[in-house]
Design a protein around this ligand. Structure first.
Ligand SMILES: Nc1ncnc2c1ncn2[C@@H]1O[C@H](COP(=O)(O)OP(=O)(O)OP(=O)(O)O)[C@@H](O)[C@H]1O
Length: 299
C-alpha cells in the first residue's frame, strides 16, 4: 500500500526526515508515533505528494505517481480547515462536491458518514460551534466523503478529550473493518496500542517498527511501577540499582535489571528517608517505556 525507501527531507539545515524506509500493507492500522517535532507531519505531506522528498523513493498504492494514487487517498491534516460559518452538513456537502461526487451520491454518503461518525444529530450546527472532539469527527467525516481506500490522518486526536479520543479510535477501527487501510500519526503512546503496527519516529528517524507486542518484547529491562507519598523521590534512590526513572503522572516507572533485588533496595531507601510507598510492583513495559529506551539508543 505504501513503500518508502531511503526517504529524506531537509528544510535548510533541519533534517526533518532522515533516511526512512518502511512498508505499510493493505488492511493495516499503521501508527506513526513520536513526540512533537519528530517529523510526522513532514512524512504525511510526503505521502500525499504535497511535499517532495530531498532524496529517496515513495510509492503509494503501487504507484510512484502520487497524483494518480491521490484519487484513492483520504487525508486529514493536523490543522484541518473546516468552514466555521457553514453547518456540519454544508461542510460535508462541500467536501463531497470538491471530491467530485454528484448530488445524489453526496446526499447518500453524507447521511451514512454523519451517522457513522455520530454527528448526524448536529448536522445543522455551525462548525464553529462544535466542541474540539466533534470538530475532529467532522474532519474525519469530510475526509471520508472521498471514499478512500487509504486514509492518512495527521495527529487527529491532539487536544481532544479522552472520551472523544476513544470514540474516534473506535471509528477508525470500524472503518478499517470495512476495508480501509489507515495510516495515522500520533504523539500519544497509549494510542499506539490500538495500531496493528507502529513505527516509532524520533528526530526524523524510524527507531523501530513492529506490532505493539513485538515492540514490547524488545524491551531489554524489567519495569517497576512505584507510587509514593512524596513526589521528590529521585534523590533518595540514587544508590539503588536503577537504570532509568521516568514519571508518568502520579507514578514512576523504574527500569531495572533484577526486579526483586531492586524492589528490596528501593523499600529500604525510601523507608530510611521516611517516605511511604503506596505501590511497588513489576509491570509489563508500556510502549512509552519502550520508546524511551529506543530513542535513547539512537540519541
Ligand atoms: N516548513 C518548514 N521549514 C523549516 N523547518 C520545518 C518546516 N516544517 C517543519 N520543520 C521542522 O522539521 C522538524 C519536523 O517537523 P514536523 O512538523 O514534521 O514534526 P511533527 O512530528 O509533525 O511535529 P509537530 O506535531 O510538532 O508538528 C521540526 O524540527 C520542525 O521545526
Amino acid at each position: 500500500m505504501i513503500a518508502l525507501s531511503n526517504v529524506s527531507k531537509a528544510y535548510q539545515t533541519i533534517q526533518a526526515v532522515n533516511n526512512v524506509s518502511l512498508e505499510v500493507r493493505a488492511g493495516e492500522i499503521f501508527g506513526l508515533v513520536g513526540p512533537d517535532g519528530a517529523g510526522k507531519t513532514t512524512m504525511m505531506r510526503i505521502l500525499t505528494g504535497l511535499l517532495a522528498p530531498t532524496s529517496g523513493t515513495v510509492s503509494v498504492m503501487g504507484s510512484d505517481k502520487l497524483e494518480t494514487a491521490r484519487e484513492h487517498i483520504g487525508y486529514v491534516p493536523q490543522k484541518f480547515s473546516l468552514y466555521g460559518d457553514l453547518t456540519v452538513l454544508e461542510n460535508i456537502r462541500l467536501f463531497g462536491a470538491l471530491y467530485g461526487q454528484n448530488k445524489e451520491q453526496i446526499e447518500v454518503l453524507a447521511e451514512h458518514i454523519l451517522g457513522f461518525t455520530k454527528i448526524l444529530p448536529f448536522k445543522d450546527r455551525l462548525a464553529d460551534h462544535l466542541s474540539g472532539g466533534m470538530k475532529q469527527k467532522l474532519a474525519l467525516a469530510a475526509g471520508l466523503m472521498h471514499q478512500p481506500r487509504l486514509f492518512l490522518l495527521d495527529e487527529p486526536t491532539t487536544g481532544v478529550d479522552p472520551v472523544s479520543r476513544r470514540e474516534f479510535w473506535q471509528m477508525l477501527y470500524n472503518l478499517n473493518k470495512e476495508g480501509t487501510t489507515i495510516f495515522v500519526s500520533t504523539p500519544y503512546m497509549d494510542e499506539a496500542e490500538f495500531c496493528t503496527r507502529i513505527a516509532f519516529m524520533h528526530q526524523g528517524r524510524i527507531v523501530s517498527c513492529d506490532s505493539p507486542q513485538g515492540l514490547r518484547q524488545r524491551y531489554p529491562y524489567k519495569v517497576l511501577e512505584l507510587r509514593a507519598s512524596d513526589r521528590n523521590i529521585k534523590r533518595h534512590l540514587a544508590d539503588c540499582p536503577i537504570l532509568d526513572i521516568n514519571s508518568f503522572g502520579e507514578t514512576y516507572h523504574l527500569a531495572v535489571n533484577n526486579a526483586g533485588d531492586a524492589a528490596t533496595r528501593i523499600r529500604q531507601a525510601l523507608a530510611a528517608a521516611g517516605i511511604a510507598i503506596t505501590g511497588l510492583e513489576e509491570i509489563e513495559p508500556t510502549l512509552e517505556d519502550v520508546f524511551v529506551v529506543l530513542a535513547n539508543e539512537v540519541a
